[in-house]
Design a protein around this ligand. Structure first.
Ligand code: GLN
Length: 287
């Protein structure tokens, strides 16, 4: 009698089961295993569910094993595949860029809700990294002019490649640190997910963030250095009634509201993430 298909160790289903067990240190072992196997097979994840009894070739098994070993030793899945989905856009990411997070999709959602879709706005994504925020806005609002900057030339290369591959033409990238190279009164909105982790935060030594660029994560002793810099510079670069929208840490809501107030912003609003923490703050420059 031939072995029943689900007992064979080299089927897609059996491979995924064994892999998920091995990735028990991850918060999402099943998902990680699926994303890595789909990547090796060059297929979407749905293929794995459609063909669970399909067997893998020796080459596919070896390729998967290599990725699994690196994931088991802590490397982020996005670094192993070189890709991360954000706002339904497949973005290339590298070790130079922050790995885009679902939390930041809420910042995009808020920007789309608060900014006037009927007008041709100029919006800057400051510190764009892989281009995530800028490209999501560019996709949703083809008639807006999206600007995106970063101080890291490596990030700008990744972001520009993403824009090209996704054929998003209404976004321009330029080198610069926050608002340094931005003209006075030139923006309808400034959106940013800056670094905001305190330099001694113990989370920096745990999980995927260990492999991400420190410059994209850490912002001084209390994590607020870049948020201070952005709130201080925004009134100069925003047009009257322009909007500043910022992502920040779960315990920084009060501090960011204070910074916005100190800089004269009005209509200060704050928004919770899916876990119930206030992670987005916005304000309007007097108009
Ligand atoms: N939200 C990320 C984290 O806590 C940090 C991203 C950032 O600093 N902008 O891992």
């Amino acid at each position: 009698m031939p072995a029943t298909t689900d007992r064979r160790p080299d089927t897609i289903a059996a491979t995924l089961r064994a892999a998920a067990k091995r990735l028990n240190a991850s918060d999402t072992p099943e998902l990680d295993a699926e994303v890595l196997l789909a990547h090796v097979l060059g297929k979407p994840r749905s293929h794995l569910h459609a063909w669970p009894e399909k067997t893998l070739t020796a080459e596919q098994r070896a390729g998967f094993e290599a990725l699994l070993a690196r994931r088991a030793s802590g490397h982020p899945v996005a670094h192993l595949t070189g890709r991360r989905e954000f706002w339904s856009l497949e973005l290339a990411v590298t070790a130079h860029t922050l790995i885009p997070r679902p939390d930041t999709e809420q910042l995009v959602e808020r920007a789309l809700r608060v900014l006037d879709a009927g007008r041709p706005l100029r919006v800057l994504d400051a510190g764009t990294g892989s281009g995530a925020i800028a490209l999501a806005l560019a996709r949703e609002r083809a008639h807006w002019k999206i600007l995106a900057n970063d101080r890291s030339p490596d990030c700008l290369d990744v972001a520009r490649d993403n824009a090209r591959r996704l054929r998003l033409c209404n976004v321009s990238f330029f080198a610069g640190h926050w608002c340094d190279a931005v003209a006075d009164d030139s923006l309808d909105a400034l959106v940013s997910n800056p670094p905001y982790i305190a330099e001694r935060d113990p989370h920096l030594d745990q999980g995927d963030v260990r492999f991400e660029p420190r410059t994209a994560l850490i912002s001084g002793p209390d994590g607020l250095d870049d948020l201070r810099c952005l709130t201080a510079a925004a009134p100069r670069v925003l047009r009257p009634a322009g909007i500043l929208l910022l992502e920040h840490g779960f315990d920084q809501a009060e501090a960011v509201a204070r910074l916005l107030k100190e800089q004269g912003f009005l209509d200060i609003r704050q928004h919770r993430d899916l876990a119930g923490h206030i992670r987005i703050s916005e304000g309007r420059k007097p108009g």
